[in-house]
Design a protein around this ligand. Structure first.
Ligand code: PMP
Length: 411
């Protein structure tokens, strides 16, 4: 097969660390990615040379730190092609971004009987915030089903959309199956029905070019740590006209214009939604990660991961007794599977002993597992530094697990 080798592993020092005396095949990138030296160095340099609190100081270091933080926001803006830098709110990650929308936009806009449309393949962080909002407002959650292949039922989507639908919240890429949803098309249909659209981009931004204006969505959420950045930083894109109309969701320093005991007034977005001292070093690390991804080239990364996924899919599917879960036509680099007679957790443990890091379980998508009638899956998820050798190690480790369990050739 023609898997292009990107040859970037040397930029990720942790990959050279043996695990259980084996070469590490890190295939748990859906959970979090490893960090390149450029990101680690950018964070280190910030604390060594530029650390101060932002937006407060009259002194030079504070102004310098503020410039770096503002530049990081502009880097995120360009990366997802938002029209304006003030449409980017820094958050702790996808989860916080979605909760922000639920508690600010949602509590202000939704009334009893309004509907929120999500899908069966959502991560818990694009389900539970809406359930909380429904409890608070009397709104109702509706769910688009998925097919056996793990694709959205588009006819059901259309049928569920109606004048009561205030919000459509959908994942760009399923973290459990890898299915890529046609978010631009779904956004157009949702807008035609008068609904606002939030896209969960947690599993998308590191794997394909994302253009929020081309998608047309109103909100787009993602986490830095799945994009080669530090943990504790992420972003919410919000269309300017909607963000401007949204009330604060957390109160504190930096989000106000004036405060008195009678009444406080609030800053413009994005500061309105960034109460307290933010993760300044994290934002700078995120910008460094985006610069690194741009240097490698997101299109090259997408092509590399796609070729690796095809190789892995064929190789794993060829093992007797393996069942793939999620065979959508459009997929990102995620391979979910079950091995007959071996619980995913046992499989994960045996693979770990071979130096192969995967994830086993429900992947924070319990309703999706229920849909497939399974408690969980084993999941290998790819990043730019993975190689054919990592896939070969995965396949060899599955063989070994089948030997240990005595299930080989009994598929
Ligand atoms: N949505 C999806 C699709 C995810 O894969 C994840 C992380 N597994 C999240 C949301 C939550 O991201 P975080 O934990 O970084 O907030």
């Amino acid at each position: 097969m023609g898997a292009s080798q990107l040859d970037v592993a040397a930029d990720f020092p942790i990959l050279a660390r043996p695990v259980h005396g084996r070469r590490l095949a890190y295939l748990d990138n859906g959970a979090t990615t490893q960090k390149p030296l450029a990101v680690i160095e950018a964070e280190r340099r910030f604390y060594l040379e530029s650390n101060a609190n932002i937006h407060r100081g009259v002194h030079w270091l504070s102004q310098h730190a503020t410039e770096l933080y503002d530049a990081a926001r502009a880097t995120v803006q360009r990366f997802i092609n938002a029209a304006h830098a003030d449409e980017i709110v820094f958050t702790r990650g996808t989860t916080e971004a979605i909760n922000l929308v639920a508690q600010s936009w949602g509590r202000a806009e939704l009334r009893a009987g309004d509907e929120i449309l999500i899908t069966t393949m959502e991560h818990h962080s694009n389900i539970v915030p809406w359930q909380l909002l429904c409890e608070q407002t009397g709104a109702v959650l509706k769910v688009v089903p998925v097919s056996e292949a793990g694709e959205l039922d588009l006819a059901a989507f259309d049928a569920l959309l109606n004048h009561r639908t205030q919000l459509v919240a959908i994942t760009h890429v399923s973290n459990a199956l890898g299915s890529i949803n046609p978010v631009a098309e779904l956004t157009a249909r949702a807008h035609a029905a008068g609904a606002v659209v939030l896209v969960d981009g947690a599993q998308a931004v590191a794997h394909q070019a994302v253009d929020v204006q081309a998608i047309g969505c109103d909100f787009y959420a993602f986490s830095g740590h799945k994009l080669y950045s530090p943990t504790g930083i992420g972003a919410l894109y919000g269309r300017r006209s909607i963000l401007n109309a949204m009330p604060p969701w957390q109160g504190g320093g930096d989000m106000i214009r004036t405060v008195s005991f009678e009444r406080s007034t609030y800053a413009e977005p994005p500061q309105r939604f960034e109460a307290g001292t933010p993760n300044i070093a994290g934002a700078i690390g995120l910008a460094a990660a985006i610069d690194y991804v741009r240097e490698v080239g997101i299109e090259r990364i997408a092509a590399h991961e796609h070729a690796l996924l095809e190789y892995a899919t064929a190789a794993v599917d060829a093992i007797r007794g393996v069942r793939l879960v999620g065979t959508a036509q459009h997929k990102a680099g995620i391979l979910s599977f079950l091995v007959d007679g071996i619980h995913p957790h046992d499989l994960g443990t045996i693979l770990d002993a071979e130096g192969v890091a995967i994830r086993a379980g429900h992947h924070c998508a319990m309703p999706l597992m229920t849909r497939f009638g399974i408690p969980g899956t084993a999941r290998a998820s790819l990043a730019m530094y993975n190689t054919l050798a990592d896939i070969d190690a995965l396949v060899a480790a599955i063989d070994k697990a089948q030997d240990l369990f005595g299930t080989r050739n009994h598929g």
